[in-house]
Design a protein around this ligand. Structure first.
Ligand code: ADP
Length: 350
């Protein structure tokens, strides 16, 4: 038995069986010559073949062809030239089966992707609302307490105002980071590529964050042998944001009286930039997730460790580096420290 016979074979087989049957009946009923028998056989064969073939074509395969065409146009959004090859001489049912399976698989993949996106959106919205809620409630609380009389209490009034201001700053940081993320993810990112010295930029960021580092007794240093110009070709404004976020984290999660060290390595076509701290480190199980939005290893620890991050810093960093078609990685040893490294295209003059 042939599996999935082509329609032409089915028609040939049925016509052949029918011709034999009719010829045998005729031979039994009437005595006819061999020539008449052969002629009858051939006539019945040809007639039944044409009848079956065109019946199949008109009543079944035309309808299949229509479905086939619909699926094709749904898949490709246009008429496919392959359809013109459609014929009963081929095997339209098997072909259509393949098409339907492929189409169903594509649809399932798209559906899974959409479900994932919907889930992701829901989670993101939940996270955003949760993050916004805390500073807004704090500001509300302090202001209402002040209005209700605390404004006249010299013991607390300034302190409450300072706390409300700190929450307002946090709110502003969060909104700025959310705007940055949405801009980076919208894909409408316009890169202003230029050549600049990454070491000069790191030193500039060090100056900006000096007070914050001093509060924790952390020294901001450049690795020995690296304190010279390293030219890269990148978007200066966005890379500054990367360096700021990494240095802020190194200070925030670094040990008191520790160090934050920047180092640069010439890697043929790229420059590898590393920002290392000697803080508490990150356990291996968290490493693959720290670049996710709002992912925090220890939420209470983060909030306590001054400034209370938005949980978006590393997600922004990763987006920016990937928009440069470069890579970022992290290695960490618990109790010893963490090193973030990213590459940038080398600029002329190194
Ligand atoms: P956050 O605003 O909370 O700092 P990030 O996206 O910058 O958010 O970082 C995500 C999480 O990764 C942080 O909450 C922290 O737990 C961890 N992390 C980031 N940088 C470091 C580091 N240098 N040392 C230890 N943990 C870090």
């Amino acid at each position: 038995m042939i599996r999935n016979p082509k329609p032409i074979y089915i028609t040939l087989f049925v016509s052949f069986v029918l011709s034999i049957l009719v010829s045998t009946c005729l031979l039994l009923v009437e005595k006819i010559s061999l020539a008449t028998l052969l002629l009858t056989f051939v006539l019945i064969f040809v007639f039944s073949f044409l009848l079956f073939f065109y019946s199949l074509e008109y009543f079944i395969y035309r309808k299949i062809k229509l479905i086939y065409k619909t699926i094709h146009s749904l898949k490709t959004q246009k008429y496919d030239a392959k359809l013109s090859n459609y014929s009963l001489l081929n095997d339209p049912i098997t072909n259509m089966n393949k098409e339907v399976i492929n189409w169903a698989r594509d649809q399932k993949e798209q559906l899974d992707e959409l479900k994932k996106l919907a889930e992701f959106r829901k989670e993101f919205l939940g996270n955003v609302s949760h993050e916004l809620k805390t500073p807004i409630f704090n500001i509300q609380g302090y202001i209402h307490t002040l209005i209700d009389g605390a404004i006249d209490d010299p013991e607390v009034n300034i302190r409450f105002l300072q706390k409300a201001a700190k929450s307002a700053d946090r709110l502003s940081d969060l909104v700025a980071d959310l705007l940055a993320i949405s801009q980076l993810e919208s894909g409408e990112l316009h890169m202003e590529m230029e050549r600049f010295d990454i070491n000069a930029m790191v030193k500039d960021v060090y100056e900006q964050l000096e007070v914050r580092a001093k509060d924790k007794g952390i020294s901001l240093i450049i690795k020995e042998g690296c304190n010279k110009p390293f030219y890269v070709y990148a978007d200066r404004y966005r890379i500054r944001q990367v360096v700021v976020n990494l240095v802020i984290n190194a200070v925030k999660y670094g040990s008191e009286f520790g160090t934050t060290t920047a180092a640069y390595y010439d890697m043929d076509k790229n420059i590898l930039i590393e920002i290392a701290d000697n803080g508490e480190g990150i356990e291996q199980e968290h490493l693959p997730r720290i670049f996710e939005r709002f992912y925090r290893i220890d939420k209470s620890r983060t909030r306590e460790s001054g400034g209370g991050g938005t949980g978006l810093g590393l997600a922004i960093v990763k987006h920016i580096i990937e928009a440069h078609n470069q890579t970022i990685n992290v290695r960490s040893t618990v109790g010893k420290g963490t090193t973030f490294g990213f590459t940038l295209k080398k600029g002329a003059g190194n």
